[in-house]
Structure formats: C-alpha cells, structure tokens
Write a protein that binds this ligand. Sequence first.
Ligand SMILES: CC(C)(COP(=O)(O)OP(=O)(O)OC[C@H]1O[C@@H](n2cnc3c(N)ncnc32)[C@H](O)[C@@H]1OP(=O)(O)O)[C@@H](O)C(=O)NCCC(=O)NCCS
Length: 156
Amino acid sequence: MIITRAQPHHDQDLSQLDSACFTAPERWSIGSWNGELTADDRLVLIIPGLDDQLLAAATFQLVGNTADLHRVMVAPDHRGHDLATRLLRLGLEWAREGGAERMLLEVRHDNNAAIQLYRHLGFGAIAIRADYYGAGVDALIMERTLESDIETGESL
Ligand SMILES: CC(C)(COP(=O)(O)OP(=O)(O)OC[C@H]1O[C@@H](n2cnc3c(N)ncnc32)[C@H](O)[C@@H]1OP(=O)(O)O)[C@@H](O)C(=O)NCCC(=O)NCCS
C-alpha cells in the first residue's frame, strides 16, 4: 500500500471517495477538489487501490506558521486499518518541515470516529464554534503543536 501526492487528474477519484464518505450537505464539489489540487499551499495525499478507486485521502494547507487539516476520508470498507493515521502523520511531518508550529482542524461535534482519531494523534479541543455546520451542529476546533519528534516511518 503506497501513499502518494495527488495530481490534478485525481479530481474525479477524490470526488467519488468524498461521496462515499460524506452525506450530501457535507460533500465537496469537484470544483472544490480542483481547488485543493491546484493551490500552491496544499498537500493532497492519496492511497490508491488496485483499480482506479482511492482507498483514502487527506488534504492540508500551510499558511505561515499554521497548518490546517481540511479533510481526511477513508473508504468505508477500509476503515480501522490505520490508513487515516498514516495520512495524518505524513501531513503533520510535511507541515512541520514547512515551518508550521501547529495544525488546526474543525470537526462536527458528533463525529466521534474523527474526534477519536484526532485525539489519538495528539490533537486537543481549543474552542467550539456554535452552529458552524447548521443550527444545533457545532464545530469543535482542535489543535496540535508540531514538535520535532514526529515519526512516521515513511516518506513521500
Ligand atoms: C474518521 C476516519 C477518517 C477514520 O479513518 P480510519 O482509517 O478508520 O482511522 P484509523 O484506523 O487510522 O484509526 C485511528 C484511531 O482513530 C480512532 N477511531 C477511528 N475510527 C473510530 C471509530 N469508528 N470509533 C472510535 N474511534 C475511532 C481510534 O482511536 C483509532 O485507533 P485504534 O484503532 O487503535 O482504536 C473514517 O472513519 C472516515 O473516513 N470517516 C468519514 C469521513 C470523516 O468524517 N472524516 C473526518 C472529517 S473531515
């Protein structure tokens, strides 16, 4: 299983994985994915499957000393095998090497799997944004500082 940087032609595959991972209101358009794939300050990582389908992907942004995790998604049949963990560890390392001192993310307050994943990787909640995802659906803002000892055991 390899982890590689996505290229602009992966937009359809990313959009397909996105549709398998999110409900309609939360899905990103193919235009949004194109934006991630073409912006200079992004890292989009993918784990390709045996066919054209992607098993997992994550996208990050780095601005100044702060990185953001924009999205992480793992195909439903491939969850629970550390794919998200591996993607996020590489993203954390990329951000640290690029000069980031911290990574931030926003997550739905009721997305337990994602919140547990982020805690597992050292993120802690720093704020709540009420109604961020719609009435009654708050966002948790989580942060992780980027010290120099992130060990991924893999490289791009
Ligand atoms: C959240 C998501 C990315 C996790 O992917 P994954 O590859 O299954 O996660 P990992 O196998 O790397 O899990 C690492 C840790 O996260 C936590 N975790 C992951 N899934 C969990 C779940 N369903 N329930 C509770 N904890 C969970 C556990 O602590 C786990 O460690 P453990 O296996 O030692 O218990 C995946 O469920 C997903 O794609 N969900 C839909 C998209 C989404 O909500 N993305 C996040 C917002 S952008």
